[in-house]
Design a protein around this ligand. Structure first.
Ligand code: CP3
Length: 349
């Protein structure tokens, strides 16, 4: 491995400068991504073609000196393989042809076979690892059980997630049955990605933060803990990212995961102080800082780096720089170059 500072930072080992990667670093803000997608015909056609998935994974790395690659795929591949029928409507986001509508739909769910039904993902991981030639580590990922259940029950994105929350409130046993089988699928999926070559594993709990504390503790947290514990023996560090997870950090720090990804509603100083050396932290600038000019971006980056060090006894070790959520299609690639440069330049030990 030519550049292992991302993996070293996840283990809280000393590094020469703070590693950085960005959620959604491959995507529509890159003209070369839009060209590949156009040639493929659609997002899903591209994601299901291992060579094209590899190509778009590598695109941001050709432009910017990022410290990690993330598999190009989607969290909804797992429910798709469980038979729900994923499709995308332009401008409307993901949808399922067969969302879960009654208890029998949940009872019928089974863990998909990773090397047949999700073979295209594992093939993509193998090809990307080969093409990376040891330059930087490859991150595999999955949605969290709660976040996947949100889409599986609603059949699409939602403003208030009313249907899935009603299921949790009215039929908690069915909800736990659903979360349990999805958790088994997530563990199998991430284990298979690791076996295929993914060197770190991130779980996206994008919608856990929409739950109040009691429901978060019942319907999201225990399944994140189950995943972190089940993956411990793999030796690949696990990052639990949660949008709006700040109220739950103390529980997450004790989850068994090597790293916790946080958004911009908490300062890294506060998060690092509370972590007290137990885990690495990943984050956490508002993606909207990329709409700022170069000077503003550099100032924000320095602020986040210094905030982490202030909460971590003056040391920058154990920090993976990232945004607090994914990038948007209208962001300027030149601004990403500024961000990555400032992280490396300012954090150099
Ligand atoms: O970070 C990366 O570069 C890796 C690729 C990645 C994608 N989706 C590609 C993608 C990852 C890690 C994801 C995860 C994902 N997918 C999440 C969790 C992270 C988050 O952002 O909160 C969620 C909730 C999804 C579900 C999903 N997939 C949505 C809501 C959308 C529509 C987004 C939109 O703006 O239309 C997708 C499609 C998707 N997944 C795109 C990309 C680049 C856009 C597809 C396109 O090219 O039109």
């Amino acid at each position: 491995m030519k550049n292992d500072r991302f993996l070293r930072a996840l283990r809280r080992e000393p590094v020469d400068h703070t590693p950085v990667w960005l959620m959604r670093q491959a995507g529509r803000y890159l003209p070369e991504y839009r060209a590949t997608r156009k040639a493929a015909g659609s997002f899903l056609a591209m994601a299901k073609n291992p060579e094209l998935a590899c190509e778009v994974t590598l695109q941001p790395l050709r432009r910017f000196p990022l410290d990690a690659a993330i598999l190009f795929s989607d969290i909804l591949t797992v429910p798709d393989a469980m038979g729900l029928g994923l499709y995308f409507v332009e401008g409307e986001g993901p949808k399922f042809e067969r969302p879960l509508r009654q208890p029998a739909d949940i009872a019928r769910l089974a863990v998909p076979d990773m090397e047949t039904e999700l073979r295209y993902v594992m093939d993509a991981v193998r090809i990307i690892r080969r093409e990376l030639e040891g330059s930087v580590p490859l991150i595999g990922f999955s949605g969290s059980p709660w976040t996947l259940a949100c889409y599986m029950v609603e059949g699409s994105g939602s403003k208030d997630w009313g249907r899935v929350k009603a299921l949790a409130l009215n039929e908690p046993a069915a909800m736990h049955q659903l979360l349990s089988v999805v958790t088994d699928a997530v563990i199998a999926y991430l284990s298979a990605q690791n076996a295929a070559g993914a060197q770190a594993l991130q779980v996206f709990d994008t919608w856990g933060g929409t739950l109040g504390p009691a429901m978060y503790r019942e319907f999201s947290l225990p399944y994140l803990v189950r995943i972190a514990r089940a993956l411990k023996d793999l030796g690949a560090p696990v990052i639990l990212f949660g949008k709006g997870n700040a109220p739950h950090l103390d529980d997450l720090f004790a989850s068994g995961a090597e790293a916790i990804g946080v958004d911009w509603t908490v300062t890294l100083e506060d998060a690092a102080r509370r972590a007290n050396g137990r885990v690495a932290l990943q984050g956490n600038l508002d993606p909207a800082i990329l709409y700022g000019n170069a000077e503003a971006i550099r100032a924000q980056v320095r602020g986040a780096l210094d905030s982490y060090a202030a909460g971590n006894g003056g040391s920058r070790d154990g920090h993976v720089f990232n945004l607090g959520h994914g990038m948007s299609p209208d962001m300027n690639p030149d601004h990403v170059a500024v961000l990555v440069d400032e992280v490396h330049a300012y954090s150099r030990r």
